[in-house]
Design a binder for this molecule. Structure first.
Ligand code: FES
Length: 56
């Protein structure tokens, strides 16, 4: 599933970023550019990132 349409960031990419050690939205933004355009995806991206961290 695509989370960030503006920057073509999928849920899978967020999973991979968390697996590589990303743990904050700032880091996620830096790594994937998620939420850097319209910003609409930020809430969803944060939720997915937290879910991934909980699963680890
Ligand atoms: Fe992510 Fe627009 S959908 S910045």
């Amino acid at each position: 599933m695509i989370v960030c349409v503006c920057n073509n960031v999928s849920e899978k990419k967020i999973h991979q970023a968390v697996a590589m050690g990303v743990s904050t939205m700032a880091e996620l933004r830096e790594q994937l550019d998620v939420g850097t355009c319209c910003g609409k995806c930020a809430g969803c991206a944060r939720k997915i990132m937290r879910q991934c961290m909980d699963e680890q």
